[in-house]
Design a protein around this ligand. Structure first.
Ligand SMILES: C[S@@+](CC[C@H](N)C(=O)[O-])C[C@H]1O[C@@H](n2cnc3c(N)ncnc32)[C@H](O)[C@@H]1O
Length: 254
């Protein structure tokens, strides 16, 4: 193989949050793979690297790869295998960059392809360039720390069953909800059942660092009155606002 397959995290939205290493790889790669959930839907990640691509002297070939967000395993596997074959054939001619929102190692489309290529095209060399995650960007925009001292942070994909969310939240200090499938109001009763009080701090960050960004910060009791539409590009951070759970278990704090 002449080239490598490079998974590149382009951050949460603001092009200024693209790392220097990512920009360097994007200026050099012969091919840039753009994951799309629908053929005609514009790619947010591609929009974020627009300026870097415009500044290139030799334009890269843009390779659109379809990754529909469905639970049809058979169809998904077929597409991943086709996409892996495309990447492998391009890597014979040069570096293939795959752009992904946030970080490539956190709930990203890149991971499907990464696993598939590892299994079926072991000759393809791979590199991963980390990016600023949506959850760290959301914490920064909301000015709400993700973890302090000995607090434990638990990340929950919020399309999970409510009973699983409740069980997970019960033993957690701070929670981060991603893939916000629920309205924030639907999460509040689950959190209350899991022992979060009305004084627990909560932040909801929609479209973090993007033009239509919305940041709401308050207490769980305030969030009950927030009027916000459900948006896939949302992260919610919830802090128990009490001593960490394991201190209580160890009997160090009552
Ligand atoms: C498939 S995951 C991708 C996560 C990404 N790899 C990362 O490191 O942040 C998609 C979820 O990430 C979160 N997300 C990604 N970009 C976001 C943004 N700009 N603002 C708010 N949430 C975002 C949302 O929770 C969304 O449902």
């Amino acid at each position: 193989m002449v080239g490598k397959f490079i998974g590149i995290g382009v951050g949460p939205g603001d092009p200024e949050l693209i790392t220097i290493k990512a920009a360097k790889a994007l200026r050099a790669a012969e091919y840039i793979c753009v994951p799309k959930s629908q053929v005609h839907k514009p790619s947010m990640a591609l929009g974020m690297i627009k300026q870097i691509l415009e500044e290139r002297q030799n334009p890269a070939e843009i390779v659109e790869l379809l990754f529909p967000m469905t639970k049809d395993e058979m169809n998904n596997r077929k597409l991943w295998s086709e996409n892996a074959a495309i990447v492998s054939s391009k890597a014979k001619k040069g570096d293939v960059a795959f752009i992904t929102l946030g970080d490539p190692m956190l709930y990203s489309t890149f991971l499907y392809l990464y696993e598939y290529i590892k299994e079926t095209f072991p000759g393809v060399e791979m590199e991963i360039i980390p990016g600023v995650t949506s959850l760290t960007a959301a914490a920064a925009r909301a000015k709400l720390p993700l973890a302090e001292r000995e607090e434990v942070v638990t990340i929950i994909p919020s399309d999970l069953d409510p009973a699983i969310i409740e069980e997970t939240a019960r033993s957690a200090d701070n929670l981060v909800f991603m893939k916000c499938a629920y309205r924030i109001k639907e999460l509040i009763p689950i959190l209350k059942k899991a022992g979060f009080t009305k004084d627990a701090k909560i932040a909801l960050v929609k479209r973090c660092t993007l033009p239509k960004e919305k940041v709401l910060v308050g207490k769980l009791s305030d969030a009950e009155n927030w009027k916000v539409k459900k948006d896939y590009f949302s992260v919610a951070i919830v802090k128990r606002s009490q001593v960490p759970i394991h201190w209580k278990k160890n009997g160090e704090q009552a």
